[in-house]
Ligand binder design. Sequence first.
Ligand code: FAD
Length: 387
Amino acid sequence: MSAAPLTILGSGMAGLGLLRQLRALDAERPVTLITADGGDDYSKPLLSTGFAKGLAPERLAARDALAVADSLDAVVRTHTRVEAIDPERRTLRIGEERLPFGELVLATGAAPVSPFGVPEALAGRVMAVNDLDDYRAFHAAVAALGRPARVAIIGAGLVGCEFANDLVAGGHRVSLIAPEAAPLPRLLPEPLGRALAEAFAEAGVALRLGVGVAGLEAEGSEARVRLEGGEGVAADLVLLATGLAPRTALAEAAGLAASAAGIHVDRTLATSAPGIFALGDVACVEGVNAMYVQPLQASARALARTLAGSPTPVRYGAWPVLVKTPLLPVVALPPRREPARWRIEGEAGDLTALAEAEDGRLIGFALTGACVRRKVELARAAPALLG
Ligand code: FAD
């Protein structure tokens, strides 16, 4: 083992989760944690629950970077962006500095994707919320209005829907805009998505579904989302929830195997370069990049054991996604391939959808309303994500 420290890039739930697991097994090993953000220890899923609970951003951080360094006995470097990796010389480039690493773990997450250009006049009024720093900026922009905000959310996936629910519960006026016919198109078959749309509409969310966005414009102090067909939606703030892409640029530039799905790793989270590992939203484990918490926690546990000297392959169970839309609770385990049929039962908002293969086997499911209580029973019958 090299004398240079084990270096973890990223202080999100993957990077910090790994450090926590590693410290439980190995209290001695020198570790450096480098992060482009403020290094706060926070739970990202809470970002889309703060307005309903009236939580200020500081209430979302469990500990700051200093406390993390102290309690986990690591060198923590915040607001530090790594610009390049040299896998041969085992160094990181940070400006003029060349920092040696022993082994390296990439936990650089995923970045919001924006399909539109944002006019300069709208700077500060169009944002994506993907970390605590973003949340601070969004929270401040809402608070600066001094009245309920009109927020146009573009994108009706998990992030868009959770913020729509949270903001409307917090007393704000929300428009939810997406090209698909119903919310959560990647998690729910359309009838269940329509049930969520109805719950949103009843709570006052203005839904603009089935229509694309042509662009964003500034109109005085307002932002205007121009829809295809010419109509516009006026808002104080625009929240982009148009998807996340794994941050693979550093790995790709260093010649590591990667694709749009993430940095390619095997079950031990090893990349194609010796001594370099990846986990969390940036990693694609044998073709699976789940981008949610349970898989990254399992990865952190397995990788900690591997780094402590016992090579351990990771395994993902049949872990459904719980969408935080209290207006209509949603749980989904999307099938990994197109099902032969969806069998849908129930009424009003209480629906069960079973994704079945040709031979009738359960390969996924989606539940809304009171039916979410079936999640444990159905997860037991469904195939593991990475068995
Ligand atoms: P991130 O949290 O994105 O961390 C990436 C880290 O890498 C950051 O510290 C960043 O600064 C650092 N970094 C990146 N590039 C560099 C660089 N070049 N140099 C230095 N540092 C760098 N999942 C669930 O399971 N349940 C939920 O309810 C849920 N809700 C969610 C709600 C929202 C609003 C969002 C956005 C996501 C939600 N998710 C949920 C998904 C879950 O939060 C993510 O899967 C998880 O947080 C990803 O963690 P990560 O550590 O891989 O990445």
